[in-house]
Design a protein around this ligand. Structure first.
Ligand SMILES: [Fe+2]
Ligand SMILES: [Fe+2]
Length: 364
């Protein structure tokens, strides 16, 4: 577990009130979005015959490129006063945009590499559509950052960012989840701001509805890929891995969102409500392919998430403090975070039978 020297990096990231967003995006911590690499040959060998009918329908839809014209600024895009933005909100909002842009671009890099290395026409076609979409998403967020004068240097990021190796099955679990959770996050914010437009402090949120449909389709594609090999979701060991990824992805989101109180206040969103809502949508959707779901209403769930978040905050404070005392406090807080994770991981799951057909349409 590599928690970076974040106090030091923050100094670098904020020089004279300016944000070095490329450094923020390049940094590798437990919580920041990562870049992935994998065994591309193994993925290239997937035979989609068992899901051919659903596969062809999904790819035809992706080929038609429904969002081709969507990621362009229109009259709906109003200029905002970055200079006049309250500094705490500005810092957290830029952090949100940088982290979203990094996550989008991480997908773009991974998918493009798969397309480049593959020979399997089905796989190459899918990954070319997905990298096309993620490039647009990352580019659109970066345009918003550019208006604030702090665009991320994505070319530099490709070279400088550390790549984490995940074997293909872990890529399926992690990427499927991040696509579906991405959908749930974007649509939940979109619907909230639809009901409370006075909280829409930046125009980018108006683009989230069509945007999240792309993420939904990407998730559908990974569900179909997993469906080609029932072992991936049915074996005892793999169910434990699925539970691990669900717990890790949900708890990371919780900790990370709680680090942005001003951002959520400006949106008029209660963070616990928002996170639970996103977990609920993601869990409901993932019944399409995961035979288990986390019990997010279990009495231990929220208290242990809160404990984990407090431990992360203390780890951060300990790092700022530095020295031997800081290090000892850091270890103690790290141990608390691990215990909280274990307490979450051991909450009994809810089980259900998988539907015969995987495919879903976005419905929120
Ligand atoms: Fe995306
Ligand atoms: Fe995506």
């Amino acid at each position: 577990m590599n928690m970076h020297n974040s106090a030091h990096d923050e100094l670098h990231a904020e020089v004279a009130g300016q944000f070095d967003t490329t450094a923020m995006a390049t940094e590798t911590t437990l919580l920041n979005p990562r870049f992935y690499t994998t065994d591309f040959d193994e993925i290239d060998r997937i035979d989609v015959t068992p899901v051919r009918k659903e596969w062809d329908a999904l790819l035809a839809q992706m080929k038609s490129d429904p969002n081709k014209g969507h990621f362009k600024k229109t009259a709906d895009w109003n200029q905002i006063d970055w200079e006049g933005m309250e500094p705490g909100l500005k810092r957290e909002f830029i952090d949100f945009l940088v982290s979203s842009c990094t996550a989008e671009f991480s997908g773009c890099v991974l998918y493009k590499e798969m397309k480049r290395r593959g020979n399997n026409p089905d796989i190459c076609e899918l990954f070319s559509y997905m990298s096309r979409d993620e490039a647009r998403h990352a580019g659109f967020i970066n345009d918003a950052l550019r208006e604030a004068g702090v665009a991320v240097n994505l070319g530099f990021l490709t070279k400088a960012k550390k790549y984490t190796y995940f074997r293909p099955k872990f890529i399926y679990y992690a990427t499927y989840l991040s696509e579906k959770i991405g959908y749930a996050r974007y649509i939940t914010i979109y619907r909230h701001l639809e009901a409370h437009p006075e909280h829409r402090f930046h125009p980018i949120f108006k683009w989230f509805k069509e945007w999240c449909n792309d993420e939904f389709s990407h998730g559908e594609a990974f569900a179909l890929l997993m469906k080609t090999d029932p072992k991936l979701t049915q074996s005892f060991v793999n169910k434990l891995w699925i539970k691990f990824f669900l717990t890790a992805v949900y708890s990371t989101m919780w900790v990370r969102d709680h680090a942005r109180p001003e951002f959520h206040k400006a949106l008029g969103v209660d963070i616990e409500w928002y996170d639970q809502e996103v977990f609920r949508k993601t869990s409901t959707i993932s019944r399409q392919i995961f035979p288990i779901e986390l019990d997010i209403d279990h009495p231990r769930w929220k208290p242990r998430l809160r404990a984990m978040e407090a431990a992360f905050r203390d780890m951060d404070a300990a790092k700022r403090q530095g020295g031997i005392v800081g290090r000892l406090k850091g270890w103690a807080a790290g141990a608390r975070a691990t215990l909280a994770f274990a307490a979450l991981y051991t909450i009994p799951v809810k089980r259900h039978a998988l539907p015969a057909s995987v495919r879903l349409e976005p419905s929120y």
